[in-house]
Design a protein around this ligand. Sequence first.
Ligand code: DQA
Length: 144
Amino acid sequence: MILVLNGPNLGRLGTREPDVYGSDTFEDVVTLCRDTGTKLGEQVEVRQTDDEAELIGWLHEAADGRIPVVLNPAAFTHYSYAVRDAIAQRTAPLVEVHLTNPAAREEFRHTSVVAGVATGTIAGFGLQSYVLALHAIAEMNTTS
Ligand code: DQA
């Protein structure tokens, strides 16, 4: 089982700033992640919330269950020490993903307060960022 967790405003993909994020919807992310899971022989559950407390609760659930996570923290990436501290409690792999490449965008997006406690980060490949992250986790599961 792999959890794919998504932070604020990602539920609005498709209508949200399509010039930046493209026209694919959040439902497309869900379908792509599930299909990738099927190919990898892993059950994938995809969730999205605009609420920091809910996201932290899911990260606690992942820590307690030692469940690997693909996480797009969205704007929380840049300022949420609470999300960072929740990630730091886990032992299973956690891959930070971004659709865009934050390093190539506004200055405030250049800082990730979660990157230092993630297993690794994949950014800038659109929806494929999720596919690459799921492959990375599946690879770690089979090689560890
Ligand atoms: C994002 C990048 C963040 O800077 C932004 O706040 C998002 C989406 C991405 O996937 O590219 O909401 O995480």
